[in-house]
Design a protein around this ligand. Sequence first.
Ligand code: BGC
Length: 515
Amino acid sequence: MAPQIMSLEKGGQDFPAKLTTQVVVCSIIAAFGGLMFGYDIGISGGVTSMDDFLLKFFPVVYTKKHRAKENNYCKYDNQLLQLFTSSLYLAAVVCCFFASKCCKKFGRKPTMQLAAFFFFIGVILDAAAMNLPMLIVGRLCLGAGVGFGNQAVPLFISEIAPPKYRGGLNICFQMLITLGILCANIVNYFTSKLHPYGWRISLGGAAVPAIILGLGSLIIVETPTSLIERGKKQEGLKALKKIRGVEDVQKEYDEILQATEVAKKIDHPFRNLMKRSSRPQLICGTILQVFQQFTGINVIMFYAPVLFQTMGLGGDASLLSSVVTGSINSASTLVAIFGVDIFGRRALLIEAAIQMLISQVITGVMLEEHLKATNSISKVYAYIVVVLICVFVSGFAWSWGPLGWLIPSEIFPLETRTAGFFFAVSVNMIFTFLIAQAFLTMLCHMKSGIFFFFAAWIVIMGCWAVFFLPETKGIPIDEMNERAWKKHWFWKKYFNSDDEAIKPVGDKASTEEKA
Ligand code: BGC
């Protein structure tokens, strides 16, 4: 086991590295994958509340919406309408699997290029849609783009970033997700006034981030880890010098090399993930995604205009309110970019859980008291709810949103990284799909109780962050097992077993123990 011993005293934090323009530019270009994703999240809610769109594809919903006596909470309850939103995530789940293979075999860069390609095809089909099947097939192609992008981008950024800045740079991905959502909200606000084709412009606008990612990915570097992993050692060394901006990268290079050697011994990364010693990362990486979605964020992101219309705000006010929540979402993400490597991951998650809990509970109580099936609430109450939703969104935006992507991209050792991250991304997509598909029906049946449902989940996830999540701030990505997991009161027991056939890199302590 000797070759796997590493010098932990000289951990990656001490690797000489500058925050080079190269790293910043590559991270920003890659993060355009987030803009594609975000634009899609934000566009569907506005489009599905536009009458022209409903008339063309969902006439039943259109009629229901305009029936005066229709139950407030049930106007939009229609499985097909929800399928329009959710189908994208279904395709994304399936494609994540192929994307994880592609990432490993061909690299992070071509995976991002494929993402842009699928996305572009999807945009064309949707903007030109003549009927429902064409619209849904377009959504499926967009989903393929999102699956490939979400798999490759966070990994790419985490691998090129110097450890000290990894959190902040990785959150560029989330930042662009939120900007994508915001752009979509603004576009919807204006296109809703353009009859009868405004929705086509909304859907077609998604081409912009796809083109930027596609063209931008021609000039970005491949990650040194991916190059070395695929046997291109010299290219990997060159890339490392280029992105670090220093000549003296030997230590970091050696560490990556050792990590890739361990990884190469694994024929079946997916089987390896099932090992006892992979369980902590797998459980935490995937459960974080479930929790991220059970904050209820996508109820707001997908259906805010619909939700605000449910509360009796007019169509225009509803779309405008979602522009406001969208702006809060982007602005608050900045807090995460600057705070994550200072306060750490756990502090942000715990503080935000409390903030989100308070706002969900008060919203639930207000709607319970004032919004019955067929009345409409006073404008004052409606706007107080908008403010509460902004408080909720800001909490999410500096915690569970970005960290849902950051943490799974940094906690796996290289040998299970793409496979493990695949699980995390696909669980995220599955739960996004479930929320998108079920929310309008849940709203119809649970009414304001839906806010208490999400509040209960927030209590659970807050406790989980307190007790079960190790802090990963500043720890070099290839030393995570040693410095985060093996030191955690609960997870450390998973590393004492003989089941650990292949020692993680940097496993000095346990190697010495055996000796
Ligand atoms: C989540 C999305 C969510 C978005 C909101 C992302 O991190 O994965 O589901 O819509 O944040 O900003």
